[in-house]
Structures are given as structure tokens and as C-alpha cells.
Design a protein around this ligand. Sequence first.
Ligand code: IPE
Ligand code: IPE
Ligand code: MG
Length: 642
Amino acid sequence: MNSPVVPFAGVYGRSGIHDPSLRRGYEMCRRATRATGEIEYAVSLLLPPPLRLATWALYGAFRAVDDLVDAPGGAQPAPGAAESADEAGQGRARRLEGWISAFEADLRHGRGTAPVRQALIHTMLTWNLPPGLLHTMFEGLRGDVQGRQFATWQEWRRYNNLINTPLVLSGGPLLLRIAGLSVEPEAIAAGVPEAAAAWQTAVDAIYLTDCLIDLSDDLGRGHVSLPREVLDEAGVRRTDLLARRATPEIVDMVGGLARQARTWLDRTPLPPVLHPAVGIALGTYRDLYRLRLAAMADAPAALLHQRPALSRPTRLRLLFPARARAALAWSLFPLPVLPCGPTQPGVPDGPDTPCGPGGLSPKPPAARPRLPTPPTPHPSGARPPQLPAEAMPRHVAIVMDGNGRWATIRGLPRSDGHRQGVEALVDVVHGALEIGLKHLTLYAFSTENWKRPADELHTLMHEIPQVVRRMVDDKLDVRVRWAGARSRLPADVIKDLLEAERTTRDRSGLTLTMCVNYGGRAEITAAAAKLAREAVAGQIDPGSISEHAFARHLHAPELPDVDLFLRTGGDQRTSNFLPWQATYAELLFLDTPWPDVDRRTLWDAIEQYARRARRYGSVPRIPAAAQPAACEGSVIGRNPSW
Ligand code: IPE
Ligand code: IPE
Ligand code: MG
């Protein structure tokens, strides 16, 4: 529908959105946000136009797709034929998968072929958002269609952690980025247990609120998204809930949950933000949620029949001063310059083309968006297994062994094995991206490998920089790092490795650490030598050297501990690979020689990892987090058997 967008023409104009169909896409997202995300919409109005649009696209697309899937053309039951709930559910699921495939194809081409897809892709490209956010969104949509059921709080929380919350789906990532924080929740919490606990509590609070807000819609679809144990504890029968009977037990349960969410929210400190306007927006978001929860706790029975809404005076009392303060803060501290959006048809690139946060700060010269190329699917059509986020390893390290033997048994020179191994490496990187792995570390050349014949060394010193350059040129969302020593490496190899690190430093999907001229003992010895030098120079007190201080001097100090240590080629040894980082890694040895490996081998290994119980010297934990109160301030480990 060609609806006019006159009231918001200024917002679109100041954001550099001139293409009518792109405006239409944003407009559909805006309406969907206003209709279903009262608080998200209110907070979006505290943001400058380009950020406002992005919030609508991220949140509204989620809701708009839900509507599109509900009311498509075609796939309807024949007139007179009643569609069963099952058939309706299957139809919705089919239409959703169709939309997602069309979206993925559009994303590959960098341009949406339908308005909502167009707006969403435009936002992703303009703000250079990590593609992982979309997986979050798609998982959320699939959950809505299929109506997930949870037996326990623990299951509920696991799923919730996977899809996250409206905060993450709306302007959250952008606000965090502007505030100078990482976009990835796990990175916010990385290594800081208190931050992880606070994040968990915030996510629990917001998601529980969302479950209550959506309660009437969910019941209408025959779904109950609360854990079964909550119903059991409250003595509530599922059938009563689905029939929307306001029994005393149901009213008590719903009111109690609203109070529980409020308690969790009250315990969540706001993240420290560098930008005052971002602080105002996040604070207002939290205050509006608090108000809404108070209203929900006061009238729980109403939630069975309708989505709750804040009264207009209540909303305005909070929003008026917030808008004034936010406007002042944005004028004093304009939006930092962020990546520019993709070119729109009919709008030439140039100094006059609004770009990034158009109209709010001096416009930078039009830069091209950096769009990571999505991974290429495996030729067999294999898709990665769907694992809960907490079951995924964060860091997989691989000893890529068996190249020489692979070639020898085929009567080929060993160098052919290395060349074939490069193809395996590239495929595994695509698979790592597909499954959403964050760190992959590959043993490409050890300090002991200098003992090899000259022609083999020659091949390796040729193939390693080649594959690294390929990672750069392929424009995958892969950040390349190098761990190893410079000594003996040819200068051009060092140059290529450093160049790859520099060129890919802003990529955020997968960190690929190439261990070239790497030796674990050498790494530890070098770290000890650096610390000794600092101690001799009086810069540090030797008595205060901690494991953490030590790790800062390793080749790649930011490399997390290895979760899964994989070796191909049939030998069961670690060969001086990552002794510091892999002390608690799960070890997996495969007979397959490296050249025969592809991404499916990695996925299988990750699935095996997901089934293992990690204890870190402790004893198996009883799932105490099954009670809501127990999760306050606690972090649920990634092990699915907990
Ligand atoms: C691993 O394969 C690659 C490198 C060490 C560079 P190998 O070359 O060690 O292969 P095998 O173990 O001899 O079969
Ligand atoms: C380990 O493999 C090193 C790399 C894969 C780069 P090796 O083949 O060198 O290890 P060993 O000699 O069998 O222990
Ligand atoms: Mg070997």
C-alpha cells in the first residue's frame, strides 16, 4: 500500500531516506512498533531521527513480520474448510521460513525486495550491525509461531538467553554502541561475573514482563509461554488459563509474576554509559517498564484479555521531562559519526547526501558501508545444528594435522596435502560463521615445523599468507589475528599477517586466530621474560603477579580459554599448542586427516562438546536455578546438563 508518510517526512528526510519504497518499509515498521511496543516506541522518540528509524526497523520488523505471516496472500484454507490449529501453525511456520529465506537472499544482494526487508537491511548496513542479531530475531519469530513450552524456569531462561529481549531487538544494540559498549551481550559480561549476573537479571525481568504483556495474544493462539513449574506451584490448570478463566490461583500467579519481574528490574543497575542522552534513554526505558509492571500487578486479571497499556497522563508525566533532557543532551553531545548507509536509488553519493546520523553532526565524506559477505552454504545443503547458546563453545582450537599422510597415501607430494588442507580450512571457517562460533584458533605452523624439508617449508610459507589474504578478500565477517613469533618467518609473511590483522580489525563475527610460528612453551617463556623485565625495572611487584597479569603478556592476550580442543589426523597429543589457554579444554581427537575435514566435522565436534559435562574441579551442580528466586544474581552456566 502506498501510504503517505507526510507526518514523518522530516524524520526520513533528515535521515537521508528518499526512496519511497524504503520509506514505506520504515513506515510499516514504525506502525508495528507503535502498535505493539508502546515503551519501545516512546523511547525511540527520545532519539535523533536516524537512530529512531533504526529502532523502528529492528523492533517493528519483528512485529511486522509476525503480522505478515499471520495474514499472507495464498496458503489459506479453501472456502468453507475450517483450518485446524495445527494446520494454521504449520502454515504460519511455512510462511515464516519463506520470509526468512527471501530475507537471507536479499541480504546477500544488499537490498530488500519488499518494504520491511528493505528497511531492516538498510538499518543493518547503515549501522554495521552484527548478523547474529538477525538470528536472534528469527529465533524469536520461530518461537512465536511454534509456541514454545517450558517445563522449568531453567528451560525458559535458556531459550530466553538465546533470543534475548525486546531491548536487544530494538535500539539496544545501537545505544550500547554509541555508549561505547560492545553490542554483544556476552562480551559485555565477558570475564566479569557481576556484569553477567546483572545482565541475566535484566534479561529475566524484561522477558518475564514481555511474557505477561503478550499473555492475552499467546492465549489466543493456544500458547502458554510461562514455565509449567510456575503453573504447578500456583495450582493453576493450563486449561483454565487457556480458557482465560480468572480463577483466584491464576490472578495470584499473574500478579505475583509481575511483582517478581519488578523486583528483578529494581535490582538491575544501568550499565555505565559514556553518552548522557543514552543514559537518559536507557533510564526512561527502565522507568516505563517499572510503571507498566506496577499497573500489571494492580490489575492482573485484565492481562488475560488484553495487552496492558500505560495511561496517557502517566506516560506523558515521565516522557515530557525525559524528552527535554534528551534533546538538551543530544544538542550538547551530538551523535557520534557512525557508518554511512547504502546508497539509495536516485540519490547520488556526495557531500550533500545525508549520511549516518544525518543532520546532527558534520557529515563525513560518503563512505561505503562495510557489508560482511555471508558464509557460503555447504554444497551438500547441510545446515548447522541448532544448539542453545549456552551449549555452544566460545572458543574452538584445532590442530590441523594429517596433510602429509593424506597426500602420501595418494602417491602425491606432501605439499599437495597442504594445498588441499587450505580448502578444508576455508570451509571450516564458513561453517564456524554459520554456527555462530566466536573464536576459532588454528594451528598452522609450529616452532618445531622448521625441521621439515625445504620444499615443504616453501609451500607452507606460500599457502599460509595466501589463505590469510583470502580471508581478507572474501569479506566474510572474520577478524584475523596472528599468534606466534617473528623470528625466522620471512618478512613478507609477517607483512601479510599484520596487514590482515589491520584490515579486518573492525569485523566482529568470528575471530580467527592463526597460529603461525607458534610454540606454547615459547609463548609462556616470552611472557615470563617480559614480566621479569618489568620486575627488574621496578614497574611491577613480583609478589603481585597473578594469572591474569601473566596472561596479559601472551601472544594474543585477549584470546579466551579454549573450550574445545580438536585434533585431526589420528594422533592424540597436543604438540605444544595453547598449553596456557587449553588447561580446561574438552579434548577431541579425530582420525580424519585434515584435508578430508569440512564444516560438518566442526559441527559434529561441537555437538559432541555440547553433550559433555564440564566441572572445572567442582562437582555436578543441581539445577537450583529451577526456582525463580535462585536466579537472582546467578549466572547459568553453559553446560546443558546443569
Ligand atoms: C599438518 O599436517 C600441517 C602442518 C604441520 C603444517 P602434517 O604435515 O603434519 O601432516 P602429517 O601429520 O605428516 O600427516
Ligand atoms: C602440529 O602437527 C603442528 C601443526 C598442525 C601446525 P605436527 O604434525 O607438527 O605435530 P607432531 O610432530 O605430529 O607432534
Ligand atoms: Mg603432523
